[in-house]
Design a protein around this ligand. Structure first.
Ligand code: UDX
Length: 320
């Protein structure tokens, strides 16, 4: 067919080519259109995306800013809490630093021949603690035994932890087994309110407690000082009292537990000295005053001080 009529063939070919070209162009245009649409959609979506993104961004920023505000407020709260904790820790640290032992008071060096092992009963009390200070500074090894009935650890805290110092929390009515060279026996309630609080205990401390100390001294060959008191003179009829005065004591009066308790401790001391060859000294301590004294123990000096501080009349109960 094609070869019989070339012009017709050519015309048909031209039509076919035109149709083909039209198809190609059309499909290209269609494709372009699709691409364009897609692209513009994309642009739109992009735009939309941008817009939405922008919105989201705004939202995010807003949220972020809100989150930020919340976050900032939370951080501010955390910071305030942290500052509070830091302040608390600083205060605690300061407390610890204040409680960190100040350096010990100066202690004299003694060689082993001069250094003595010394037991102070009642060493946490008013008189006893000053004696401990003196003996520690002199360079000796000190052991304090105390039941803290009236004494306080604070009276000897400056020595706690020191190599030359030991504190035993014990009542001397129970035997004590230590190796010592000297004993200062001051353990006893010493003011009326304290010794009248438990009269039997006061008598036990000054009798059984003193026997325990004298027996210890005999066993280890220690010298003993017994803290007696002006109360052994009772309600004296002689003024001032010479040591040869025997005293005037009511054996069943309210003060008898202390007065007679101290008198028995003196009797025991001289019996051990005479019959057991124990080296004994007795000190009759009159009213003492100074730092660490009990302010409200009812003895005359602290009474006078308190009344004066309170601008109250000074009570004098007896005249000589
Ligand atoms: O049973 C007791 C009673 C008392 N004690 C202690 O003995 C110490 C007595 O000291 P206080 O401060 O009460 O009395 P003082 O230091 O003023 O008396 C001091 O001088 C008077 C003497 O008769 C006392 O024996 C002496 O301790 C206290 O540390 C107290 O806790 C005991 O260890 N055991």
């Amino acid at each position: 067919m094609f070869l019989s009529d070339p012009s017709k063939y050519r015309h048909q070919m031209l039509i076919r080519i035109n149709v083909f070209l039209a198809l190609v162009i059309g499909s290209s245009l269609l494709l372009l259109g699709i691409i364009y649409c897609f692209a513009s959609n994309n642009d739109i979506s992009k735009h939309e995306f941008q817009v939405s993104n922008k919105k989201e961004f705004q939202l995010f920023r807003t949220a972020e800013s809100e989150d930020n505000t919340d976050l900032i407020n939370k951080l501010k709260r955390d910071l305030a809490t942290a500052n509070e904790k830091i302040e608390q820790l600083e205060n605690k640290m300061q407390g610890f630093e204040e409680r960190i032992k100040k350096p010990y008071p100066n202690v004299k060096y003694l060689n082993y021949r001069s250094k003595k092992r010394i037991l102070v009963t009642g060493g946490a009390g008013f008189v006893g603690s000053h004696l401990v200070d003196k003996l520690m500074k002199a360079g000796h090894d000190i052991t304090v035994v105390d039941n803290f009935f009236t004494g306080v650890k604070a009276n000897v805290e400056q020595w706690i932890g020191h190599a030359n110092f030991e504190l035993i929390h014990q009542d001397i009515v129970n035997p004590l087994f230590v190796e010592v060279d000297e004993i200062y026996h001051l353990a006893s309630p010493a003011s009326p309110p304290h010794y009248m609080f438990n009269p039997v205990k006061t008598i036990k401390t000054n009798t059984i407690g003193t026997i325990n100390m004298l027996g210890l001294a005999k066993r280890v060959g220690a010298k003993v000082l017994i803290a007696s008191t002006s109360e052994v003179y009772g309600d004296p009829e002689v003024h001032p009292q010479p040591e040869t005065y025997w005293g005037h004591v009511n054996p069943i009066g309210p003060r008898a537990c202390y007065d007679e308790g101290k008198r028995v401790s003196e009797t025991l001391s001289y019996a051990y000295a005479k019959h057991e060859k124990v080296s004994v000294r007795v000190a009759r301590i009159f009213n003492t005053h100074g730092p660490r004294m009990h302010m409200n123990d009812g003895r005359v000096v602290s009474n006078f001080i308190l009344q004066a501080l309170r601008n109250e009349p000074i009570t004098v109960r007896s005249t000589i």
